[in-house]
Design a protein around this ligand. Structure first.
Ligand SMILES: [Zn+2]
Length: 218
């Protein structure tokens, strides 16, 4: 069994997840920590649970999801792993941080790239990688099929969807990602989003106002 621990960090209130296996290995997803206090919150949890971080993963590379990459790398030695298409944002992280009045001293450097269909394994936990562009190029989801949950970044939220007005965003592409990659999952699949509370595939299929009408305009 995997545990999922959520932290909410930085002025954008991004959800950072620690997924940990019974064997005490863990992965950190979307390190949003923006200062020493948030970094300590994350690292204290890992220390208290006696976890060993083995991967640092990104659902996508918007600034709010990558702000803690450098600090987490300094603490754990793990560089971020991401979809290669996300380099378009990662390469401009310091500039983007500047425009929001945030401080980032260098662009995070990728340790490796992840492709759709890859499986990230630690202990007995398996995370399947789904490619889900539309909010941002390079967006991926991490699906634990055995346990029925998926970490989706900013693709899908409770009663909402990711913004599509940033560069590389497209409502049509996002809708296609959601319908073809997420709405094919069982209804009771738990959805852990990049912002806000968790939801489920069945609830969003029935209630998400952006996805009820096939012809809805955004
Ligand atoms: Zn985003």
């Amino acid at each position: 069994m995997a545990g999922v621990r959520k932290f909410t960090f930085n002025p954008f209130q991004v959800n950072t997840y620690v997924v940990y296996d019974d064997n005490k290995e863990c992965v950190i997803i979307d390190p949003g920590c923006s200062d020493g206090v948030e970094l300590l919150q994350l690292m204290d949890f890992i220390k208290e649970e006696d976890l060993k971080p083995v991967h640092l993963l990104l659902t996508h590379t918007h600034i709010d999801h990558v702000m803690g990459c450098n600090a987490v790398e300094e603490m754990t030695g793990l560089g971020p792993e991401l979809h290669e298409a996300g380099m378009v944002f990662l390469n401009h992280s310091t500039d983007t941080a500047d425009t929001y009045g945030l401080n980032l001293d260098r662009n995070p450097e990728p340790k490796g790239f992840i492709k759709e269909g890859e499986v990230i394994e630690f202990g007995t936990t398996k995370l399947e990688v789904l490619y889900t562009p539309g909010h941002a190029d390079g967006s991926i989801c991490f699906l634990n099929r055995d346990e029925g949950w998926v970490i989706v970044g900013d693709v899908l939220f409770q009663m909402s969807i990711g913004r599509t007005d940033f560069p590389t965003g497209s409502f049509d592409v996002l809708k296609q990602s959601i319908f073809e990659k997420l709405f094919v999952l069982p209804d009771d699949t738990v959805v852990y989003s990049g912002h806000g509370p968790e939801t489920s595939i069945g609830f969003e299929k029935a209630n998400n106002p952006f996805l009820l009408d096939e012809n809805a305009m955004y």
